[in-house]
Design a protein. Structure first.
Length: 476
């Protein structure tokens, strides 16, 4: 339910990959947003066993014996459920938990607050949690706290031994530092706004025995809220928009890489799958005659296209008129927006060109980004960046309204460090650029984005009313 303006009215498209999104309620009673797995339409028999990518060939060959999953008949909640079998000799590896089951959604709506699972332990004991990797500048891998269930323990089990587990997607989250960079010292941990891969059900080290599971549901408890919506006549433009109608507007656009790279070497890509986005000004648009065209693959949220623009003091939101097209992702396309900030008085003098590659690199546009903005490349400079995720209808012109209060600070250094460590509200007069990237799960094919215009607005309502994904106040 994005803030979307089309042909003068706001539309509410379906959220990613979830059928029949229930009406959201801000009460504590859970509302079912969708069933992630119920095994009713799956063929009886073995599923992919529990494996780990660095196991030996012998360990992989024994996977069905050490950690097997199977769709079996059971009429407790339908006609089938999943049986999980784990033996004491399952090779756990260094993580302490292993993926047991893919639960499905690549991205989550802001209303998603928890996952509810029905389980029945036939024998032994299991340690279970849900989670997955997050965006590259985020928190590496994030999961809910482990919960332990064992055979014979009553807990909230019914007469037949089935019990309900609920895993919060916001409270007491745990992370690791497998590839931590900008988010290494983050004072908060987020999952729903930053999910990068499908959500997984994990089994923790020490689990063994046999378990049935069924009816895995995504639920809302009112912690997250739908994207805020506005009437068109409620939005007051602030300052002049960037509309790409003039050839000089193309000079405002740039590409940037957040990953470390050695610019003293001959030109190369940090990874072969991380080429810079293609950026050009084209004769196409919805309101105007020209747009900025961006084409890129999902590149683990490190390779962005950006537009330089200075935010005016009075604005509390951004509008972006765009069309995003992906050939195979489905009815909606996910986009990650990133806003670069600096102290208000220093924005105009930000040393962008200091982070440009050598001339030899610039001669190879298929390799070279306009700027390289890793932590290692930018010491001693006051800046930071904020993040916001949205989904848009695939292949349709859309005007997004992005309240500044719905962004969260993902990084800040020097004089911008308090923005990060105190999770300060994004202030319009600190904005110096807006970036966009198509997330990792859309990497199989290129996403094409046309941007007709970007503008600043004053929207009605308080910052609290503009928040969708839950935010964690620091120190509370």
């Amino acid at each position: 339910m994005n803030c979307i303006l089309k042909n003068g009215r706001f539309l509410l498209p379906a959220i990613l990959l979830l059928a029949a999104l229930a009406e959201t309620c801000l009460a504590a009673e859970p509302q079912v947003l969708g069933v992630l797995r119920d095994f009713e339409r799956e063929s009886p028999g073995p599923l992919k066993p529990i494996v780990y990518h660095n196991w030996t060939p012998e360990q992989v060959a024994n996977a069905n014996r050490t950690g097997g999953l199977e769709v079996v008949a059971d009429r407790s909640f339908g006609s089938q459920c999943c049986r999980v079998s784990v033996t004491p000799d399952l090779p756990w590896g260094p993580k302490g938990k292993l993926v047991a089951l893919n639960l499905g959604p690549d991205y989550l709506p802001p209303e998603a607050d928890a996952v509810r699972v029905r389980v029945k332990v036939l024998r032994g004991e299991f340690h279970l949690t849900v989670g997955s990797p997050t965006v590259y500048f985020g928190h590496s891998d994030v999961s809910s706290p482990l919960q332990t269930v064992s055979a014979g323990a009553k807990g909230n089990a019914d007469e037949s031994g089935w019990r309900t587990l609920e895993f919060s997607l916001h409270q007491d989250l745990q992370r690791n530092f497998r590839r931590a960079r900008f988010g290494r010292t983050s004072p908060v941990i987020y999952y729903t706004r930053w999910i990068q891969e499908p959500m997984y059900l994990y089994v923790g080290k020490g689990s063994q025995g046999e378990l049935l599971l069924d009816q895995v549901e995504l639920i809302s408890r009112g912690e997250g809220r739908p994207y805020p919506t506005f009437q068109a006549d409620e939005l007051q433009p602030v300052g002049e928009p960037v509309d790409f109608e003039q050839p000089a507007d193309r000079e405002l656009a740039f590409s940037f890489l957040q990953d470390p790279i050695d610019l003293t070497r001959p030109p190369y890509l940090a990874r072969p799958t991380w080429p810079p986005p293609k950026i050009e000004r084209v004769a196409d648009g919805e309101t105007g005659k020209f747009s900025l065209a961006i084409e890129q693959h999902g590149t683990e949220e490190v390779a962005f296209a950006g537009v330089k623009l200075l935010g005016p003091p009075a604005a509390n939101g951004l509008t972006v008129q765009l069309k995003a097209t992906h050939p195979s992702i489905g009815p909606t396309v996910a986009l990650d927006f990133i806003v670069y900030v600096a102290p208000s008085a220093e924005r105009a003098a930000f040393p962008w060109e200091r982070y440009a590659p050598p001339a030899a690199w610039q001669k190879q546009p298929e390799i070279a980004y306009t700027y390289y903005l890793s932590e290692e490349a930018t010491p001693g400079v006051a800046y930071g960046f904020y993040h916001l995720r949205r989904s848009v209808p695939n292949g349709e012109w859309t005007t997004l309204v992005l309240p500044l209060a719905d962004f969260i600070c993902a990084y800040g250094q020097e004089d911008c460090q308090p923005m990060f460590q105190q999770q300060q509200l994004l202030a319009s007069d600190t904005i110096m650029a807006l970036g966009v990237v198509t997330p990792f799960r859309q990497r199989r094919s290129p996403t094409k984005i046309l941007i007709d215009h970007i503008g600043f607005v004053q929207a009605p309502g308080s910052p609290a009313e503009h928040v969708s994904f839950p935010q964690t106040p620091v120190g509370k």
